[in-house]
Design a protein around this ligand. Structure first.
Ligand code: PRP
Length: 205
């Protein structure tokens, strides 16, 4: 049995389309809250939060996974504890610094206050710029913290730019181009090589 993990959210329909196009999946009329799906051919699909994908792969709970490179960047492990196989060629976006379009005089601290779920990447970015920043971890709807004036800037994914626009925020700097990577558990690359390698080659297509 091979387990493929895909992230829920923005990337899920793209991954499901890709698996369908490649003939790995026949259809995906699963129940709305269903978290796993038997694809036949000895393959099971797991639907997991993007931020949990690496935990599944590193802890032998998934063999292959699609994951945003933003997650790999924040993890900072550079593929030591997982196998970074190839680009999936889907879901490209940018990791950006953004802030308010109209600056307010309201300041709660001498330091920049920054909200993000990418705390490690953000800390590196501001340190690299020689700026003092207080990084506040927020997992979702991070734009709200900036538009409400609680933080000066956010570090977050920008895809269409609609979320920033609808919350009166503008992009200030790009930290990285983001894509979706195909990764694999290091152990299974050896123990299940015969079944994993044709599947990886197919996914890379
Ligand atoms: C992501 C990201 C932004 C949004 C950007 O959020 O965190 O909020 O997408 O997309 P856009 O540029 O096309 O508007 P997601 O929908 O994954 O939910 P989240 O707020 O829980 O992170």
């Amino acid at each position: 049995m091979t387990i493929i993990a895909i992230p829920k959210g923005r990337l899920m329909p793209l991954c499901l389309d890709k698996l369908t196009q490649l003939g790995i999946m026949q259809d995906y009329k699963h129940k709305e809250r269903q978290l796993s799906y038997n694809l036949g051919n000895d393959i099971t699909l797991f639907m997991i939060r993007n931020s949990d994908i690496l935990t599944y792969v590193k802890n032998n709970m998934a063999d292959i996974a699609f994951v945003g490179s933003d997650i790999l960047l924040e993890d900072g492990d550079n593929g030591n504890s997982y196998y970074d196989y190839a680009d999936a060629n889907l879901g490209s976006c940018r990791l950006m610094v953004a802030g308010r379009e109209i600056k307010t005089n309201y300041s709660v601290s001498n330091k920049l206050r920054v909200a993000t779920k990418y705390t490690r990447v953000a800390a590196d970015y501001y340190a690299g710029k020689g700026l003092q920043a207080e990084i506040i971890k927020i997992n979702g709807s991070v734009e709200l913290a900036a538009s409400a004036g609680f933080v000066d800037q956010i570090v977050d994914i920008v895809d269409t730019g609609k979320t920033l626009e609808d919350n009166n925020l503008i992009t200030l700097d790009k930290i990285a181009d983001i894509t979706t990577r195909i990764i694999a558990n290091k152990g299974v690359m050896k123990s299940k090589w015969d079944s994993i390698s044709p599947l990886l080659k197919k996914l890379e297509a």
